[in-house]
Design a protein around this ligand. Structure first.
Ligand code: NAD
Length: 255
């Protein structure tokens, strides 16, 4: 057992969007500590496949649900409490990225990204708040460095992640001292092995070298930070947004 996981055994972790990518890596990491994991995803087929794979690591339950659906989220949280009897950690990870020039971006597309990335986190936090307060629990929001910097044509995604960082400190103040709430803002995380097909993306030397840390991130980087935030002994840390980007947002790039 490692340092970070010594206090998380037997706790119940609820993760959104864990059928693929960072979410699935988070589920695996928490299961490896002995925690029980429930996750929701809108992709039923991939969710069931992930549940089957993750079951080799521990006690895991998948529920098909869309994070932006108020009723589905409330029902999913009820099912988690029925099955596991408690809930200690909520990780709002489900996310959607849309690249589209501003003048072509429809209101419906803008709203869909906000609904999934921001409103979904609000709905899950609200549905879990009572139980998390009883358990002195933790909320971890997976934001993005795109909350503070942008490429062109990513308005909806950037705005949703900026909103998620703000929601994080608002929740920390409202739910404290019972519940600690922090966000992780990853930079470039290579999730290719956790995507359909599972093939490692071919990254170039330059992809890695441009990072002050010397490499592109991997989902395990996010998982280790989430384990740290979920550890009850780290209870002086709340309301913060932790950037996990290999130093990219600290690098001046004027040409
Ligand atoms: P991914 O696309 O591999 O995984 C996202 C998961 O969320 C999928 O399983 C998908 O089915 C699920 N999902 C999408 N919409 C949903 C909905 N409405 N309801 C329920 N589930 C839904 O993405 P990822 O790269 O693993 O990203 C995970 C999180 O990390 C996202 O919030 C993303 O914005 C954030 N992030 C990723 C990176 C990166 O480089 N990969 C960087 C910064 C932030």
């Amino acid at each position: 057992m490692g340092f970070f996981d010594m206090n998380v055994q037997d706790r119940v972790v609820f993760i959104t969007g864990a059928a693929w990518g960072i979410g699935q890596a988070l589920a695996a990491a928490f299961l490896d500590t002995g925690a029980r994991v429930a996750f929701i995803d809108r992709d039923g087929q991939a969710g069931r496949a992930a549940e089957w794979e993750l079951a080799t690591r521990g006690n895991v339950r998948f529920i098909e649900a869309d994070v932006s659906d108020e009723v589905a989220v409330a029902l999913a949280v009820e099912q988690v409490l029925d099955r596991f009897g408690r809930l200690d950690v909520l990780i709002n990870n489900a996310g959607l990225c849309l690249r589209k020039p501003l003048r072509e971006l429809s209101l419906a597309e803008w709203q869909r990204v906000l609904d999934v990335n921001l409103t979904g986190a609000f709905l899950c936090a609200r549905a879990c708040a009572g139980e998390l307060m009883r358990r002195k629990g933790v909320i971890i929001n997976i934001a993005s460095t795109r909350a503070v910097m942008s490429e062109a044509d990513t308005e909806s995604y950037a705005a949703s992640k900026g909103g998620l960082v703000a929601l994080t400190h608002a929740l920390a103040v409202s739910l404290g001292p019972d519940v600690r709430v922090n966000s992780i803002s990853p930079g470039w995380i290579d999730v290719s092995v956790w995507r359909p097909g599972g093939f490692q993306e071919k990254l170039s030397e330059a992809d890695h070298r441009q990072h002050p840390a010397g490499r592109v991130g991997v989902p395990a980087d996010v998982a280790r930070l989430a384990l740290f935030l979920a550890d009850p002994s780290n209870n002086f840390l709340t309301g913060q947004n932790l950037t996990l980007d290999g130093g990219m947002t600290r690098k001046m790039i004027y040409q």
